[in-house]
Design a binder for this molecule. Sequence first.
Ligand code: PMV
Length: 313
Amino acid sequence: MPSTSGSAPGKIILLGEHAVVYGQPAIAVPVHQVAARAFARPLLRAPSGTIHIVAEDVGMDEDLANLDDTNPLAAAIRLTLLELGIERPIALQLKVSSSIPVAAGLGSGAAVSVAIIRTISAFMGHSLPDERVSALAFEVEKLHHGTPSGIDNTVVTFAKPVYFIKGQPLQTFHVGQPFNLLIADTGIASPTRIAVGDVRTAWQADSPRYESLFAKIGGLVQQARRSIENGENTALGPLMNENHALLQEMGVSSPELDSLVSAARSAGAHGAKLSGGGRGGNMIGLVDEGNAGAISQALSAAGAKSVIATVVK
Ligand code: PMV
């Protein structure tokens, strides 16, 4: 068996987070500046069935047999073997690494799953098609994130901008003119599961109010898709700002996110909003290439722990 490897990029949600869990559309784009990677090689002297996982980033150096499915790496491996109908694979070592910040809205969990599923299936000589890779990564997401919409596994698997509606087939769309985003990290780890659970509790307590917020967000997402397709990128800024205001109303922003959003706007961003689960993690700003450097500096001065520049195309 030759060695194999697999990877997946990070992602950000441009508009539509949270509302997407309730059936509204959302737009997400890959972030190629960060990635998760996996690498498998045969372990010639170990008994068949042995899978040894090394993930230095999280301090893991462990046999699969010692991990249960509460560990997402173990779950991704087992689901892949089950999909392929393999009970006792030849012994292998799986190395996993990622430059995607964890619990920051950049799709780290889904990207790690996709990298593992690709690497293990290729190692077994049966590389899975993207539809199956995404579906298996979604199973891992469900084990670990409560009620995910499926947007993360979809965008990191297909590595293209997606217009996503829960439970519907993938829709990619045309980006009329490339546009620039800055992604700034509050440095506050915020598990998506908790923010999603809190929104669910609030929705249960006052569903008319939350349904109306979700529907307004869905409308913004539809307008944003048209603007992007037509290459009217500056029109996207006000839509992002409105989306942020609705997320604030839903209770998923935070003082740190709001202060980075204000800093980006004051420094000349066309629009800015939190991205992902909220409470912490990252915000995004729509910028021109010419002022990206100045806005990035303003974000750092306002407390951003890191700033990533990316181009959506
Ligand atoms: O993984 P994050 O933090 O980008 O959040 C995913 C977006 C949510 O809409 C909040 C949840 C979901 O499953 O779609």
